[in-house]
Design a protein around this ligand. Structure first.
Ligand SMILES: [Zn+2]
Length: 404
């Protein structure tokens, strides 16, 4: 097989001073273990990282806030204090919770009543000059990890899907799987201990230009997760409670109309279309990012330039683990990018965003191919043997991808 073309160097986030493709922050951090991740975050929050966050965010208040968010997410990681407790009927999970006083003895309790109520931390999203500074409730580890990574400064002006936001979202998803949840494939789980419930189906990044032209603000979030809802003795009700809280984030904090009172469990295209997924408003990974990013649309503030990408967990949970970040368009990470679902498509229309900038294949043509297409017919006469060599690994790779 011919050697693949070199992968392009990625931009350097979070003040990364390292040189060389292999030492790039995204590539190194993709391989981090649970201990590495927690140490890096703790160092950042404790002023021990001289490059991160950047100067404009190195205030005592911001470090205090980062430390709070760190403590919250660490307490919900597998083995953490709020992961372990309260645990009714030995049921632990990655959602901040309290016991439901209305929940009776297990033997007589109706399955329609949940053993837990969602408890939450109110986090003020203060991360830069023109970032919306609002209070949002957080209770799930996956969204808290996204929040932490979104509070460490903006992306450089040249950041795009390939050189920044796809690797960022991939690292975010990877870190989530290292700190919480359980993977189907044991080989991908190692070296972390399994937590409870599958990791979120989807991870999302939404970004927009800074108003001062000095880069791009970005916001990360994950779809509903944090528990094994299906096997929970009061599963349906607990999942619905968490889902309703996510809807409340959308409805109460939106800057421009995305959803209305009474929409929940009623107007979702994914619920009402015959081939829909059944997903409700607020289920999606876009929930927190859209609340932060989608502005009231007027002459000055436009959502037309807002961009985003959703990445499925496909590449995380593999029989043969994906150990390194790869930016090739025909590798599994790029193949895990997904278009917005129809609920999110509806929201994008309502806020007058440009859906093309969220499309599955947007900027895919800028990524190199590991296996470039065979040369045109006239070249085949001269170099037939090369073409045969290149086709076989392609077929083999397709089998690996679809067999999960
Ligand atoms: Zn969606």
């Amino acid at each position: 097989m011919a050697n693949p073309p070199p992968e392009p160097d990625l931009l350097r986030p979070y003040g990364d001073p390292e040189k060389g493709v292999a030492n790039n922050w995204f590539r190194v951090k993709f391989r981090f273990t649970r201990e590495d991740i927690l140490k890096w975050m703790k160092d950042v929050a404790s002023k021990n990282n001289p490059n991160c966050p950047p100067e404009e965010l190195r205030t005592d208040d911001h470090f205090k806030f980062l430390l709070e968010v760190y403590d919250q997410l660490e307490s919900l990681a597998t083995g953490g204090e709020n992961y372990e407790k309260p645990a009714l009927n030995k049921h632990k999970c990655h959602i901040y919770r309290e016991l439901n006083p209305g929940y009776g003895p297990k033997q007589t309790q109706s399955k329609l009543v949940s053993d837990y109520l969602v408890k939450s931390w109110t986090n003020n999203y203060d991360s830069g000059p023109d970032v919306r500074n609002i209070n949002l409730n957080y209770w799930c580890i996956y969204d808290l990890i996204g929040l932490f990574l979104s509070l460490l400064g903006s992306a450089p002006p040249a950041a795009d899907r390939n050189n920044y936001f796809l690797p960022l979202t991939a690292v975010y998803a990877r870190w989530c799987s290292r700190l919480a949840g359980k993977l189907k494939n044991k080989a991908s789980q190692a070296p972390s201990d399994p937590g409870v419930g599958p990791i979120p189906m989807m991870f999302q990044c939404t970004w927009r230009d800074r108003k001062d032209g000095k880069g791009k603000w970005f916001f990360l979030g994950a779809s509903l997760g944090g528990d094994q809802f299906a096997d929970n003795p009061s599963g349906a009700d607990w999942q619905m409670k968490v889902q309703m809280e996510r809807f409340r984030i959308l409805r109460e904090h939106q800057q421009t109309v995305m959803v209305r009172d009474g929409d929940f469990n009623s107007t979702e295209p994914e619920k009402n279309l015959p081939d829909g997924t059944g997903n409700l408003w607020g289920n999606c990974a876009e929930t927190y990012p859209f609340v932060q990013c989608m502005d009231a649309f007027d002459v000055i503030n436009s959502n037309q330039n807002v961009q985003g990408l959703a990445l499925s967990k496909l590449f995380i949970d593999q029989k043969k683990p994906v150990t390194d970040y790869s930016g090739y368009a025909d590798d599994l990470i790029w193949k895990s990018v997904r278009p917005p679902c129809r609920n999110c498509g509806d929201i994008l229309r309502r806020v007058q965003a440009n859906q093309d900038l969220f499309a599955q294949a947007f900027e895919m043509d800028r990524a190199p191919l590991r296996n470039p297409p065979a040369p045109p017919q006239d070249a085949e006469v001269e170099e037939g043997f090369v073409i045969r060599d290149m086709k076989e690994p392609l077929i083999q790779e397709m089998v690996e991808v679809t067999s999960n």
